[in-house]
Design a protein around this ligand. Structure first.
Ligand code: G3I
Length: 330
C-alpha cells in the first residue's frame, strides 16, 4: 500500500509534520515522492544534480522501513523539463541516458521501483506525444530509458506509467498495449505498467478497469495502481452521476463503495505475484492536487482517504474502510 507524499522544499512537507509521518508509517509501506524526484528538481542544469531534498525523504523512508517508488525519470510536463534540457543542442539521446543512469545509480538499493517514463502516449497522434523527447530522440527514448535504468539498478522494478489507460479510453489503452508489446518484443527490461487512476466515481466502469488490468496480466507484467484518487465533485462530469458540491453522507458512502470496488477488481484480476502495489495520490483531502488543478476552476473536493486538519491528526473516512473491507475479504 503506497502513499504519495510531499517532501522538503514543498509546502506541508511530510518531514515537517509529525502527524503525517505517524499516519503514513502506521498505514502504508511505500511512499511515492509526488513531486520532488521529477526532472527539474533533480537535474536543474546540465552538470548539476540536486539530490539533497529527495535524499532526505528517501532516507526517512528507508530508516522507517518504508519503501520508495521513484517518480519519474522522464516526464514532458511544462516546467518539469528543465529549461536547459528543452534547448539542448547536443546528442539528446546520450544526454537522456546520462540523466537516467545518474539518478538510477544514485538511488540504487534505496528505491523499490521507478516510473521510468511518464505519459508519453497521445492516442490522437499515432500513439506518441509530441514531446521534446520524441522530437529530439525519436520513439526509442522510452526503450533506451528502461535499458539505462536497468543497467544502473538491476534490482529495481521498472514501470511505464500513464493516465486514462485504465479502460475508459479504448484508443489510449490500445496505444499502451502496442507500446508494451513493442518493448517486450525488443527485449526491453520492463517489469510492469503503472495505471495512474485519476478516475471519477462512476467512470471508467470496473468492467473496463478489469479489462485493462487483465491485458497487462496476460503479458506477464506487473500491474501497479500508482496515483489513485476518487473525486466526487467533477464540474465537467459527462455522465449522469450526481455532482456533490459538499461531502454529504451519500457522497461518502458512494466514494467508499468506489474505492472498495477498485481494490476488489485489483485483487480479483491481478495475481499476487504480479501486484506491484496500490498507491493513493495524497494523504488527506486538503493535500489533493485536484484542488489546484486549473481545469477544475477551484471546485471543492474530497477525493482521498483521510480528513484534516492540515497538520493532523488525520481521521480515516469511509473510503478508508472500503479499502480495508476489500482487503480483508468482506
Ligand atoms: O512548493 C511550491 C511552493 O513553494 C510555491 O509557493 C507554490 C506556488 O505555486 O508552488 C509549489 O509547488 C507546486 C507543487 O505541486 C507543490 O507540491 C507546483 O507549483 C505544482 O505545479 C506542483 O504540482 C504537482 C504536479 O504534478 C506538477 O508537477 C502536484 O503536486 C502533483 O500532485 C502532480 O502529480 C502528477 C503526477 O506527477 C503525474 N500524473 C498526474 C499527477 C497530477 O497532475
Amino acid at each position: 500500500m503506497g502513499m504519495a507524499v510531499t517532501g522538503p522544499g514543498e509546502n506541508r512537507s511530510i518531514l515537517d509534520i509529525p502527524e503525517k509521518q505517524t499516519t503514513v508509517i502506521a498505514e502504508f509501506n511505500q511512499i511515492t515522492p509526488g513531486n520532488i524526484m521529477k526532472m527539474s528538481y533533480l537535474h536543474p542544469s546540465e552538470n548539476t544534480y540536486t539530490f539533497g531534498n529527495a535524499d532526505l525523504l528517501v532516507d526517512w523512508a528507508n530508516s522507517n522501513g518504508i519503501g520508495v517508488h521513484g517518480h519519474t525519470f522522464i516526464w514532458h510536463s511544462n516546467y518539469q523539463v528543465p529549461g536547459w534540457m528543452q534547448g539542448y543542442s547536443g546528442d539528446f539521446q546520450a544526454m537522456l541516458n546520462e540523466h537516467v543512469t545518474t539518478i538510477a545509480s544514485h538511488y540504487a538499493g534505496r528505491v523499490d521501483s521507478w516510473d521510468v517514463a511518464n505519459e508519453v502516449i497521445d492516442e490522437n497522434n499515432h500513439c506518441w506525444r509530441n514531446s521534446v523527447f520524441y522530437q529530439k530522440a525519436g520513439a526509442d527514448f522510452v526503450a533506451n530509458a528502461f535499458r539505462a535504468a536497468d543497467a544502473a539498478d538491476p534490482d529495481a522494478d521498472l514501470y511505464y506509467n500513464d493516465y486514462d489507460t485504465e479502460g475508459g479510453n479504448k484508443a489510449k489503452l490500445q496505444c499502451l498495449l502496442q507500446l508494451v508489446d513493442d518493448l517486450v518484443a525488443d527485449g526491453v527490461p520492463i517489469d510492469g505498467v503503472g495505471f495512474q487512476m485519476h478516475v471519477q466515481i462512476d467512470w471508467p466502469s470496473t468492467t473496463d478497469i478489469a479489462t485493462a488490468f487483465q491485458a497487462i496480466v496476460d503479458r506477464g507484467l506487473k500491474v501497479k495502481v500508482t496515483e489513485l484518487d476518487v473525486p466526487v465533485n467533477n464540474p465537467y462530469a459527462s455522465t449522469p452521476f450526481p455532482q456533490y458540491t459538499s461531502f454529504t453522507a451519500t457522497a461518502a458512502s458512494l466514494q467508499k463503495a468506489r474505492y472498495a470496488s477498485i481494490m476488489q477488481t485489483y485483487l480479483d484480476v491481478v495475481p499476487a505475484n504480479l501486484r506491484g502495489g496500490f498507491t493513493i495520490w495524497g494523504l488527506w483531502d486538503g493535500d489533493s492536487w485536484l484542488l489546484d488543478f486549473p481545469e477544475r476552476q477551484g471546485a471543492s473536493d474530497w477525493p482521498l482517504l483521510f480528513t484534516g486538519p492540515s497538520f493532523g491528526p488525520y481521521a480515516p473516512k469511509p473510503a478508508y474502510d472500503g479499502l480495508v473491507e476489500a482487503l480483508s475479504g468482506q
